[in-house]
Write a protein that binds this ligand. Structure first.
Ligand code: CAA
Length: 257
């Protein structure tokens, strides 16, 4: 039997997904991306899971879309196969997703990390959009998300030169949340995931949605969305509990209700 493309486990309230094509630096073929969307949707429906962590191995988070698979594809085949439909499913996951990146996060690999909500990087991580060297440009959101993350000038440089940047540079540009030593990557990622998993899940979900709206909407519409979400949370038991616990000077017990 062939190796599974994804290794999936649950650690308390955290769903951990490991990309598992080490021989090709976790190149993202269509089957892998479909299975990834399937697993993420399953985790999104699972009340026991509050945060999703996506990772690779020490050498690569993912070195991009699978060039071998893509090389001879025609435009019509892309359309017929709805090539990016599973990426769209990943974009719609409601729970927070943390990318835990070691080694290469290139092309589709960097785009996948940017589809996540936060990035924890090891000091060895290398980020980039090298598609220009293959005669194309990013296709899974790179030109849009990288520009939103690091601004026009830097995104332009990275996409037009295809150069890789270090974890430290990515951190300084605001692409990654924190840079940690390689041997602490899992521990630090899980600590961040655990902290978020301990928060009231409905507020976490709406917080994620509201931040993502800021990338999409005008300020006026974004503020409108935020206020409605804020008001809505006052119908949750967790809001009552959170504010009551503050007043009573005790730790809140959130139930996700
Ligand atoms: N697709 C398919 N196979 C890949 C791959 C990819 N994106 N990246 C690496 N591999 C394979 C290599 O072909 C090689 O396989 P073989 O052993 O069978 O030859 C194996 O993984 C190991 O890779 P290297 O021998 O090249 O390893 P290295 O350490 O010398 O170099 C690297 C590492 C610099 C990351 C180099 O592998 C590389 O440049 N990879 C391609 C990166 C890239 O261009 N990514 C963008 C893809 S296009 C895209 O993602 C489009 C989009 O926006 C959706």
């Amino acid at each position: 039997m062939s190796e599974p493309l994804l290794l999936v486990e649950r650690r308390e309230a955290v769903g951990l997904i490991r990309l598992n094509r080490p021989r090709v630096l976790n190149a993202l073929n269509t089957t892998l991306v479909r299975e990834l969307a399937d697993v993420m949707e399953e985790m999104d429906r699972d009340d026991e899971i509050r945060v999703i962590v996506l990772t690779g191995n020490e050498k690569a988070f993912a070195a991009g879309a699978d060039i071998q698979e893509m090389a001879e594809t025609t435009p019509v085949q892309f359309v017929v196969k709805q090539f990016f439909a599973d990426w769209e499913r990943i974009r719609r996951i409601a729970k927070p997703i943390i990318a835990s990146v070691s080694g290469y996060a290139l092309g589709g690999g960097n785009e996948l990390a940017m589809c996540c909500d936060m990035i924890v990087a090891s000091e060895t991580a290398r980020f980039g959009q090298p598609e220009i060297n293959l005669g194309v440009i990013p296709g899974a959101g790179g030109t849009q998300r990288l520009t939103k993350a690091v601004g026009k000038m830097k995104a332009m440089e990275l996409i037009l030169t295809g150069r890789m940047m270090s974890a430290q540079e990515a951190f300084e540009l605001g692409l990654v949340n924190r840079v940690v030593p390689q041997d602490k990557l899992e521990e630090e990622t899980m600590a961040l995931a655990g902290e978020i998993a301990s928060k009231p899940p409905i507020a976490v979900r709406l917080g994620k949605q509201a931040v993502l709206k800021a990338l999409d909407l005008t300020l006026e519409h974004g503020l409108h969305f935020e206020q409605n979400a804020f008001f809505m949370l006052f119908s949750s038991e967790d809001q009552r509990e959170g504010m009551k616990a503050f007043v009573e000077k005790r730790k809140p017990e959130f139930k996700g209700k």
